[in-house]
Design a protein around this ligand. Structure first.
Ligand code: ADP
Ligand code: MG
Length: 720
């Protein structure tokens, strides 16, 4: 019965109408609509008086506090602009601890004193809203404080319009906090950390006698994802409920030929990508790169980098749009870190840097040894990652990432830094205080073709196995999961780097103004810091067993499981850091620990229950029926006095019978945990779920293909 569903899905796919030749877009050029659904500088200037416009732009660009009197004018202008773009509603758009974005719409429509319909949107509506916070994760804050929560306008991220087939909604990016001001979201800590880091950068640059300029933290988040046909998806309760396949045996061909990576994109997928980009560009999200990834049915989208807070919001929106547009195209976008066992999972590469004025602080220049600001900034990062690598690891905890980190496709759960040969050599020279010729300068690449241009070997050679790699003029953190918000990682990195910069500034400040003494002190300090913290630098293969041993010898934390990785949240050193920089209060930190632990355990339990349910209700009936048929045939063959085939029938029956027994045992093992899965038994529960999977996967290989109820990997990963 269910097997027929599976076959019908395949038939439906076979009947899919080919895509029209011309793209489904209206053919307009990107510049005609780029950023048109954003209340950006152009819209602000068009809809606000010039005085009010400049005040608002100063807030957006320089973080100046917004004059409360201006809020009313801004609201009015925003409403007029949004209505002209088809909006009927507005909402504060925020990022509670569920990991998703949240919204609660209100119509502009209202009644005036005479009962006449009008459209209104006041400064009060814009600045603050009071959603009931009691149903969002609060990690105990809810018990201590009132359930009421506030969302408040974050003017540094522009309002935008979200379209639906029947209209549009004005979305106001907002922070979310409790009645008493404790953060209940991911944006507040991020904004606090950005503020702290900017302050520390200014202080650091002042030491070097640099004139005051604007500090900006930048992020480019590369997003990986899978696409599967919706017909298949709907037949996989595991995908629907947990975002990943809990069962599924690897097909003969998966990714071993490496023929998908950078391959020509199939028309149906390209059509999807183009539609996604159109939506992103409309929202002023600078989608730049698109390509096939390593695993079959896996893809990547990367934007041009932007200011960090904006880039995080844009990545949240990108995930939303990927899911929505996929559905419109009869596909499902899986953002889970490991939707399919046996092939690569998905990550989110987090490219981070900082600028001061127009100068990228991570640009080494021609000779980094003559670039003390770069060396100082780099050393601060090395110190920060050595001191707080455990906190950075903490930011990568999700159930999905557990299957990905350390699985030979993503960095291990040890946070180290890759610098490349030349920078490593530079730091060695700084440490020794002796500057010599480089042994490893930039060399031309030998291609051997007279017609090809001369290429220089990129000296930030891309070591793809490192969790935190210096890639030319930025650091790329590769351990974040594809479904995660970039906010937590960047929050912790910003705070850690701010602290290290302050440490350096404090040592240098007494010498500012006396260039000779300053240089001497800088040289001494950097040498000292490199010596103390260089253990976190590793340029080799991070996937190798040698590194795991070496890292342990160096004393670097190796937090293998998520529950271990959450513990740094409780560490005094991390508490001190985050409290000192005003990123989290002690209460907020404890609440986060609660939220993450609870979420983790709940998700593990959901996975186990879905697996048990599917095994019991979808797999077992098929196995029972198949076994019954085999046993009957065996009996009939014996009764008929047959000799040939008896052995074969017997073997098949017994193989299936053994797996049938095992299936029931393993279902019972999971059931034995009852309703209580907690921190104590979580690991054992995961093992029990895994054991059930191995039985079901073995069954998939012996049960009649026609009767197997679940779409198989070879279908989901290759038929789209
Ligand atoms: P890959 O890792 O796939 O080789 P690219 O080199 O194409 O990726 O770039 C990855 C991302 O890094 C892009 O989103 C890009 O905009 C971003 N990026 C480039 N420079 C910076 C910077 N200074 N700060 C932050 N992100 C940056
Ligand atoms: Mg990358």
């Amino acid at each position: 019965m269910s097997a027929n569903h599976r076959k019908r899905a395949l038939e439906a796919l076979a009947r899919r109408v080919a895509l029209p030749d011309a793209a489904a877009t209206n053919g307009s050029a990107p510049l005609d609509y780029y950023g048109k659904d954003v209340f950006n500088a152009a819209a602000i200037r068009q809809y606000l008086s010039s005085g009010a416009a400049e005040k608002l732009l100063a807030t957006i660009q320089n973080g100046a506090r917004l004059d409360p009197d201006v809020a009313g004018d801004v609201a009015h202008a925003m409403k007029d602009w949004a209505v002209s773009r088809g909006a009927t509603h507005f909402t504060h758009w925020f990022q509670p601890m569920t990991g998703n974005t949240a919204e609660k719409h209100d119509a502009f429509l209202d009644l005036d004193e005479k009962g006449e319909a009008i459209l209104t949107f006041s400064g009060k509506n814009l600045v603050k809203s009071e959603p009931d916070a009691s149903s969002f994760p609060s990690g105990g804050l809810r018990c201590t404080f009132e359930a009421r929560g506030y969302t408040a306008w974050d003017p540094t991220s522009p309002a935008f319009i979200k379209r639906n087939p029947r209209g549009a909604t004005l979305c106001i990016p907002s922070i979310f906090c409790s009645h008493t001001g404790e953060t209940l979201d991911r944006k507040i800590p991020l904004l606090r950390s950005i503020q702290a880091l900017k302050r520390s950068i200014k202080r650091f640059m002042t030491c070097f006698g640099e004139p005051e300029a604007r500090a900006t933290i930048t992020l480019g988040a590369e997003q990986e994802y899978f696409l599967v046909d919706r017909e298949f998806y709907l037949q996989r309760p595991d995908l629907v409920q947990t975002g990943r396949t809990l069962f599924g045996s690897a097909p003969a061909k998966h990714q071993q030929l490496e023929d998908h990576y950078f391959g020509a994109v199939k028309p149906r997928v390209l059509n999807f990508m183009a539609e996604v980009e159109e939506e992103l560009w409309r929202l002023g999200i600078p989608a730049k790169t698109r390509h096939n990834e390593v695993a079959p049915a896996q893809f990547e989208l990367a934007p041009t980098f932007e200011e960090l807070n904006l880039a995080v919001d844009h990545n949240m929106l990108t995930m939303d749009i990927l899911r929505r547009v996929a559905k419109k195209n009869g596909l499902v976008c899986l953002l889970h870190e490991k939707p399919f066992a046996g092939v690569n999972g998905s990550g989110k590469h987090n490219n981070w840097s900082a600028t001061y004025g127009s100068r990228n602080l991570l640009n080494p220049g021609d000779d980094p040894r003559r670039n003390p600001i770069f060396l100082g900034f780099l050393t601060a990062i090395i110190r920060a990652v050595d001191l707080h690598g455990d906190l950075l690891r903490c930011s990568t905890v999700t159930v999905g990432n557990d299957w990905r980190l350390g699985a030979n496709e993503a960095p291990p759960a040890i946070v180290s830094i890759y610098l490349g040969d030349r920078l490593t050599e530079t730091l060695e020279q700084v440490e020794r205080g002796v500057f010599e010729e480089y042994r490893t300068g930039v060399k031309p690449l030998k291609i051997g073709l007279a017609t090809s241009p001369r290429l220089e070997k990129d000296d930030s050679d891309r070591n793809r196995t490192s969790p935190f790699a210096f890639t030319g003029n930025k650091f790329e953190f590769r351990a974040c999961g594809s479904s995660q918000s970039c906010a937590p990682f960047n929050t912790y990195l910003n705070a850690s780097v701010a602290e290290s910069l302050d440490y350096i500034s404090e040592r240098l400040e007494p010498f500012a103004g006396d260039s000779e003494k300053f240089d001497g002190e800088l040289q001494k300090l950097l040498g000292e810091l490199i010596k103390t913290h260089k253990r976190v630098i590793y340029n080799g293969n991070n996937y190798s067993e040698t590194w795991v041993k070496e890292a342990e010898r160096r004393g670097l934390p190796h937090l293998k499981t998520s529950l271990q990785a959450l513990r740094p949240f409780l560490d005094a050193k991390n508490h001190q850091l985050l409290e000192k920089y005003g990123v989290f209060s002690a209460i907020e930190l404890e609440s986060r620990y609660e939220i993450f632990t609870e979420e983790y355990v709940s998700k593990i339990q959901i996975e186990g229950e879905v697996a048990r349910d599917m095994a019991q209700n979808m797999i077992l009936p098929v196995v029972l029926s198949e076994y019954g048929k085999l046993a009957q045939s065996l009996q009939a063959a014996k009764n008929a006095g047959l000799t040939a085939g008896i052995a074969g029938l017997k073997r098949s029956t017994e193989t299936l019978g053994a797996l049938l027994d095992e299936l029931q045992e393993r279902v019972a093992d999971l059931a034995a945990f009852g309703a209580v899965v907690d921190v104590e038994n979580c690991e054992r529960y995961i093992e029990a779920t895994k054991a059930l999977r191995s039985t079901v996967d073995a069954l998939e290989l012996v049960v009649d293909d026609d009767k197997w109820p679940l779409p198989k990997y070879r279908e989901m990963l290759f038929v789209y």
